[in-house]
Design a protein around this ligand. Sequence first.
Ligand code: FAD
Length: 819
Amino acid sequence: MAKYIIIGGVAGGATAAARLRRNDEKAEIILIEKNSYISYANCGLPYYIGGVIQGRDNLFVTSPDDFKIKFKIDVRVSQEALSIDKEKKSVTIKNLKTGETYNENYDKLILSPGASPVRPPIPGIDSDRILSLRNVDDTDKIYNFIKKNSVKKATVIGAGFIGLEMAENLAELGINVSIVEMAPQVMNVIDFDMAAIVHEHLKIKNVELYLKKGVTSFKDSTNGLDISLSTGETIKADMVILSIGVKPDTILAKNCGLALGVSGGISVNEYMATDNPDIYAVGDAVEITNPVINKKMMIPLAGPANKQARIAADNIVFGNKSVYKGAIGTAVAKVFDLTIATAGASEKLLDREKIEYESTLVHSNSHAGYYPGATRMALKVHFDKSNGKIFGAQCVGYEGVEKRIDVISAYIQNGGTVFDLEEFEHSYAPPYSSAKDPVNMAGFTAANIINGTVKVIHSKNLANLKDYLMIDVRTSLEAANGMIKGAVNIPFEEIRERLGEIPMDKKIVIYCAVGARGYFVSRILLQNGYKDVYNLAGGYTTYRTFVADQSNENIFDHGSNIPNKMTYSAVTDDSKVISVNACGLSCPGPIVKLREEIELLENGDCLKIEATDPGFYRDVESWCNVTGHCLVKRESDKGKIVALIQKKGEENVNNNNIADSKLGNSKTIVVFSDDFDRALASFVIANGALAMGKKVTMFFTFWGLNVIKKPKKPSVKKGFMGKMFGIMLPSSSKKLKLSKLNMMGMGPVMMRGIMKSQKIESLEGMIDTAVKNGVNIVACQMSMDVMGVKKGELIDAAVIGGVAAYLEKTDEAGMNLFI
Ligand code: FAD
């Protein structure tokens, strides 16, 4: 009769023990666990703390007694394996209740000791207020601490999966939660642009986010804990959840001389055997092969632990036949309403391994847009551009996220390509998907990249791109709600008629809301002879989240526990409220619907609009700022955004929702004149304001457009009137006249001479300085149309805008000048 000992009684250990029994009814099987419980739901612990899983008993898959009865396994809880003697094939065990120590022999041994939370030697780390979550005892400690101390404010240190799950569950208890993370993003296993969606969601849920900041010390104070950050700030908390990662529990293995691997875990072969043929190891303590990069690494997840345990048990009983192929890190987490899932390699891992890759990013609906309740998901796939082999995928959204990742995970595990994703046959009916599933869409777009139908550029690469023209092909309504700096708005519908405005000899970057219209326009341009055309992956939706402020520090007053949540205007009970459903519509659908519907209301009436386009959360605020209607309330729940807007009369335009603190922080200048001295004055003021840290928007209209014309202009197509104006008007800033003493052009020459001798910057120099310092130059679309001025004639920094875009800026400005 064979005798098997298993050390560790949870995911890997309990599974291995049960499988051993199923394989060998006669064997003697001993399960050693140092804690009081076996086979419990590790992964459910945060949800018990948050009250989602009610009843502590629900955490236990089975009890030691049950296990003994059902599987005839000798379960020894509260007993710790102290050491292993490989030669004698014996384990020294301590009964933690009695203190007794004894030896137990084995024929085969399985190690499944897991991994323990990292606890670095930071000053003050031993405070009772700092807790970690690994097992049931930790759970009880956290649960009881919250109850006993009426915790109002908690800080989670480390924003991995467990940290974020804890943040959500603490927030669900009504606790104000701050997260401190040393990396620039949460969830290091996904890419920054995908994590940025999570940041945005955490902010909506009023979780305070400190990114790129480490903890330098903890200090107990009379009413809590002071947490000092690497930046010198101190934040306060009643309790801290330390969740900065886990390290494999290798002490037993190391002390008995078993080989450890490159990443510090126990080294095992494909049969899950260590370098000693009688000792197998599984779970978080071992390092395994990641077939995507073909290297060993730690992948501490429950699924791999369970599968490895089954394989180890089979190989122990039947000889080494079952092979573990490794894990690609398929994982999923819920963060409030969002689901975040990933499989295979991220950008960071591919970069680290110096593997060349290309990526596609699509925003698709979870199911057919016309069927109620569809929500948006962002799906990103990394692949080998030479043959389409998939390296990794990530998805963030509200519904059906994990289903898409599980499908792609299966393809990755089987060496699949993006061409397989194109052909992936899925079950479809409107409540569940679209005829072209997001997985297909990712396949189509990736295949387009490979076969050269489209070139894409990612938000992270825009900053390094030089000398290009960026075209926003969304509608002017969408563009008025925010554009990428330096872009020109030529709506998709107008692109064919306005090709003359787009230079052939320049790199062109196209973007739309999510990438689809950008792709269509890329195709139009490429088929019209343009060579260097790029579509921005994920469009403005991804870009806007990518460049947004990722953290929201200090939303809590660290003295009084009161969150500084956004406050909204109140509406009276007798206000009429009309409900509108814009769910399933993509941008600009919800905004268009909002505009149409609000026009039908009387002043003072309210419109309650529901939308599922994630961008609507911010768009509705911008739109209200632009139009002057009042955003009364705005909520996001499970991917549905509900906003209540009160219609305002013209007398109230733009007096709502602008925090007082913002006023005065920006300046706006209307440049109407093209007099040399007036142009100078406007740039002197603009540069002064920029130097004082103010945001400056200059709106060039009518004659003012001449100030921002390029001295050397590309040839542009113009109508007769446009040509006439072009001949009569100054061709650039260098040809401007003085408002007085022009003296047939002598005046400006003399003034430029005096400025030079006094070492005063020229007008052109001032324009350059202003651009370098971030001035927002808006050229009035209407004046351009009237005067036949084309975008190509204006300096590159000029953005074409309507008066709405400008008026939004004036609302935020403490000063508005008309020159
Ligand atoms: P464990 O399940 O941790 O078991 C190891 C056991 O060994 C422990 O009980 C320990 O007490 C015991 N032990 C250690 N040394 C000795 C010794 N010398 N003598 C006796 N006993 C010993 N993974 C997912 O895939 N999805 C999730 O959603 C998820 N959520 C998680 C949430 C939390 C809060 C935690 C802590 C983990 C989560 N995980 C999740 C990770 C998952 O639980 C682990 O990957 C899995 O439990 C690893 O199994 P294991 O057998 O290696 O280790």
